[in-house]
Ligand binder design. Structure first.
Ligand SMILES: [Fe+2]
Ligand SMILES: [Fe+2]
Length: 187
């Protein structure tokens, strides 16, 4: 005879495994979104689409800066721009992936891209201008991602973790740019 299942001594707040499995089967069609999903999915998809637009704009701006800096023989700075462009492109892909996991559609439409983006596309005249504009854009992204992370809280931990990872990279970008600016002001 099997002993009756005992409720867990610690962590009694956990939904028992059978209930979880039953719910998972009932909602298979919803993919990664389970009934335990605690956030407002529509709002999360909208916020992630804004973050996606921000990443696309940042990719485009860094690409432009990379080719322009290359033209003025600033190889070290150009290399930094190229690296950042690749990071932003990767972020865009990661965010788009998460949007589809949530049953949403990633918005890659060029129409309204600049309006959806938090950061701006500024070309910049000189190398120092470019670095400054990139730093401003990074700081805007950092602030808005922090807000998104605070909003997500415990409601959507996966999206929050993704945005936290991305935020850490944006902080590194801002730091790289600040050092580049210092180098230039010393000369
Ligand atoms: Fe990024
Ligand atoms: Fe960045």
């Amino acid at each position: 005879m099997n002993p009756a299942p005992q409720p867990p001594k610690s962590g009694a707040f956990l939904t028992d495994i059978q209930t979880l499995r039953k719910r998972a089967r009932e909602h298979i069609a919803q993919g990664a979104v389970t009934p335990g999903y605690g956030a407002d999915r529509e709002v999360v998809v909208k916020l992630l689409n804004e973050a996606l637009a921000t990443e696309i704009i940042c990719t485009l701006r860094y690409k432009r800066h990379y080719f322009m800096a290359k033209g003025i023989h600033a190889e070290a700075v150009a290399a930094e721009f190229q690296e950042h462009a690749a990071d932003e492109q990767r972020h865009a892909d990661q965010i788009a992936e998460r949007i589809t996991q949530l049953g949403g559609a990633p918005d890659f439409s060029p129409e309204g891209l600049v309006t959806r983006s938090h950061a701006e596309y500024v070309e910049g005249e000189s190398l120092v201008d470019m670095i400054k504009e990139d730093l401003v854009a990074e700081r805007i992204a950092i602030d808005s991602y922090r807000e998104i992370i605070a909003y997500l809280g415990d409601g959507d931990i996966t999206s929050r973790r993704l945005m936290e990872e991305i935020l850490a990279t944006e902080e590194e970008h801002a730091d790289d740019l600040a050092s580049l600016l210092e180098d230039f002001s010393e000369n």
